[in-house]
Design a protein. Structure first.
Lengths: 368, 147
């Protein structure tokens, strides 16, 4: 029998494609249905944040950090202001630390809801489950609006504390949210966790082993799904994380399902953290007075927080002036794409979309 | 809490395995010679030794007279972190050995440094521009870049 001549086909996915979660482009080579090579193409949203930071003062840069991971601005704000505080040796009042932890945990929930909703969207469950996730995310954005007037680009934190104390109706709405939320998560889980189609599409798909996960520098839920118990909130507690009890959920095999399930459980843990914070928080000042132009002493520092996507770090060098000499961002979404090729090779087109979705990238952060 | 290993301490550990690799060190970091960085990273990664399995970040800073490459390393097992630095002279064609074969996470980060700072990583498997397009003139994060 004569064999049919075959040849690999290269397909361009993106940059304008709904399932790439922004302007991300993949040049994928297929052998039939099977992926044999992947080449990610970055930079469509590159705005030169690190260069811009070199010509702005330390308070202005807060607004630049909002625009990196734009679905988790609060976490970016926290990572940045913590680095400035470490560099310039600024103390933060205790109440501000609690408000910060409450707001970044709300942001983590909002970000994970978006990741979960879009994962289902990528699976082909168009819009309906996504709207369930967005409905709850909307309530969190409403809370942020009460805190600072903005919903997405928040700029709520300042070196030395937060912009303003939370208003009284914030606490009421927050209490309602955290009492409802576990029920909502049960409802969401009943839709997804045991859904036969979801299981068939996600279990065993896009495996990332623990050794490769560590070697390729991934962090956050992607690392923890590969059964590596590493969370900076526990490993190197910052703010008041050492005063609250919570668990670090981990996965077993590092497949797409584990990445989904780790995120879902992290949302439950975040609710636990927030309710403990509400019990512990006491009245007091929320901001240390700092000069408008902060001039940190000559030196450098690296500081990182556990953002929703992973380890978000800032490496800043000060020359004693009003703007940083160098401001480097360790963007988790960017580094989490390192093992992408190994995760995708051997899978099919439909799996590509959900594997990429389960890494949960935000292009504002990848390209900066 | 993550234990921060001082530059002096990490340089002692490196010197035990490889002499003359560390040029000098202080509280914050250890400065390694440009030629020995690859060997030093192999020692640091060694799972039976120091076990710095996680390369947190590679950064490059332009100090006009020289470039400084900064390696932030973490050991997940021992919950430790340390900082290794390398000075790289010359503005025309600065180059340094790639550590991609030791930590895969260096792959995209080294490409980013090449793209924005213009430091060449020798033996990098795919050293192309990453955030800017091929054919872009100059390296924008350098202090003398005029946009």
């Amino acid at each position: 029998m004569s064999t049919i001549r075959t040849e690999p086909v290269t397909i361009n996915l993106g940059p304008q494609h709904p399932s790439t979660h922004g302007v991300f482009r993949l040049r994928v080579t297929f052998d039939g249905e099977e992926i044999i090579d992947v080449e990610p193409v970055f930079g469509y949203l590159h705005r030169g944040t690190e260069k811009l930071a070199e010509s702005r003062n330390y308070v202005q840069i807060v607004t630049l950090t909002d625009r990196m991971d734009y679905v988790a601005s609060m976490s970016n704000n926290l990572a940045y202001v913590r680095t400035v505080e470490k560099l310039a040796d600024i103390d933060v009042p205790e109440r501000a630390q609690y408000i910060r932890v409450i707001s970044v945990e709300l942001q983590r929930i909002a970000s994970h809801l978006m990741a979960t909703g879009f994962l289902l969207n990528d699976l082909g469950a168009l819009a309906t489950p996504l709207v369930y996730c967005f409905r709850e995310r909307e309530r969190i954005l409403d809370l942020f609006e009460m805190l600072c007037g903005a919903r997405i680009t928040l700029s709520y934190m300042r070196p030395g504390g937060v912009f303003q104390d939370a208003p009284a109706d914030f606490w009421n709405s927050l209490n309602v949210l955290i009492s409802d939320f576990p029920n909502y998560l049960d409802e969401l889980e009943s839709l997804i966790t045991t859904n036969e189609i979801v299981l068939a599409r996600t279990i065993g798909v896009g495996l990332l082993s623990d050794t490769q996960a560590v070697d390729s520098g991934v962090s956050g839920p992607v690392l923890r799904a590969a059964s590596v118990k590493w969370d900076l909130r526990k490993a190197n507690p910052y703010e008041i994380y050492d005063r609250v009890n919570f668990d670090i959920p981990i996965g077993n095999s590092g497949d797409t399902y584990d990445r989904y399930y780790v995120r879902l459980q992290e949302m439950r843990e975040s609710i636990k953290i927030i309710s403990q914070c509400i019990e512990q928080i006491e009245p007091g000042p929320v901001r240390t007075e700092t000069p408008f132009f902060i001039r940190p002493p000559v030196g450098e520092t690296y500081s990182s927080v556990e953002g929703p996507k992973g380890e978000l770090g800032f490496y800043m060098v000060s020359d004693g002036g009003i703007s940083p000499y160098r401001c480097k961002v360790r963007a988790p979404s960017f580094i989490n794409l390192t093992p992408l090729k190994d995760m995708l090779t051997g899978w099919k087109m439909g799996d590509l979309i959900i594997i990429l979705g389960s890494i949960d990238i935000v292009l504002g952060e990848v390209d900066r | 809490m993550t234990k921060i290993i001082s530059g002096d301490e990490i340089s002692k550990s490196i010197n035990n395995a490889l002499n003359d690799a560390v040029l000098y060190s202080d509280e914050t970091a250890a400065w390694v010679s440009l030629e020995k960085i690859h060997e030093v990273c192999e020692i640091l990664k060694n799972p039976d030794g120091l076990d710095y399995s996680f390369l947190t970040a590679i950064s490059a800073v332009d100090y006009i007279e020289y470039f400084e490459i900064v390696y932030h390393l973490s050991s997940l097992r021992n919950n430790q972190s340390c900082v290794i630095k390398v000075k790289c002279n010359g503005r025309e064609n600065p180059s340094i050995d790639s550590v991609t074969d030791i930590w895969q996470s260096a792959d995209l980060q080294e490409r980013e440094i090449w793209d924005l700072m213009g430091i060449e990583f020798k033996n990098h498997p795919n050293l192309k521009r990453i955030l800017l397009w091929e054919g872009f003139d100059g390296h924008p994060l350098r202090k003398d870049f005029i946009g």
